[in-house]
Design a protein. Structure first.
Length: 201
């Protein structure tokens, strides 16, 4: 699979792919409606509902949804969300006390935290996941639009800066963070599936 140069037309094509894929589009609409109905994070039941839906839709593998919901409630995040505070991602992702059963160490729910913040404020929070990461790495290696290291993407300030640099470098001015995220995710998924099949063959 040839890595295509990002253009506004390429982004448009993949956004249409997203909209035409019913399971993606309907899930997206369901989460949109949920967060519009429960925009604040004071009521534990509201938070638990949002956490559970994101966990299910995105398979973020949080087995203690009640504990992470209590953690979010205790953080009083609404002002930070409104202002797009990048530090909030790390606050949600850590210090919740949820430990892995195998290693007994606290789990960092970084990917989940970016999603939770994004669905509240899509202008300031980009979504991180493994496919977005892989796409950015592929483009960095081919076009050298940035000098980040892979581990840097787990720092939200750097991650968002890389996304903005990606947008600026390729002049993707017609699209917002959410739309760029959809492209990076679907394209990364395609690249991963292609590379997996090639290894099997």
């Amino acid at each position: 699979m040839k890595l295509e140069k990002p253009t506004n037309e390429l982004i448009k094509r993949y956004i249409l792919t997203f909209r035409n894929e019913e399971r993606y589009y309907r899930s997206d609409q369901a989460i949109t409606n949920l967060f519009k109905s429960f925009p604040e994070n004071n009521n534990l039941e509201d938070i638990l509902l949002k956490v559970s839906v994101i966990n299910d839709m995105y398979s973020t593998q949080i087995y203690a949804t009640f504990l992470i919901s209590k953690h979010i409630q205790n953080l009083n995040i609404d002002n930070d969300l409104k202002n797009g505070n990048p530090e909030l991602v790390n606050k949600i992702a850590s210090r919740h006390g949820i430990k892995s059963k195998k290693h007994k160490k606290e789990i960092n729910f970084y990917s989940f935290a970016t999603k939770y913040c994004n669905w509240h404020n899509q202008e300031h929070y980009a979504i991180y996941d493994q496919f977005v990461e892989k796409t950015l790495i592929h483009y960095k290696n081919k076009y050298h639009f940035s000098t980040f290291k892979t581990i840097d993407l787990k720092d939200f300030k750097i991650f968002k800066a890389v996304i903005i640099k990606f947008i600026d470098f390729f002049h993707l001015t017609k699209y917002n963070l959410k739309e760029i995220d959809k492209f990076l995710w679907i394209y990364g998924k395609e690249l991963d599936e292609f590379n997996t099949k090639r290894k099997i063959i």
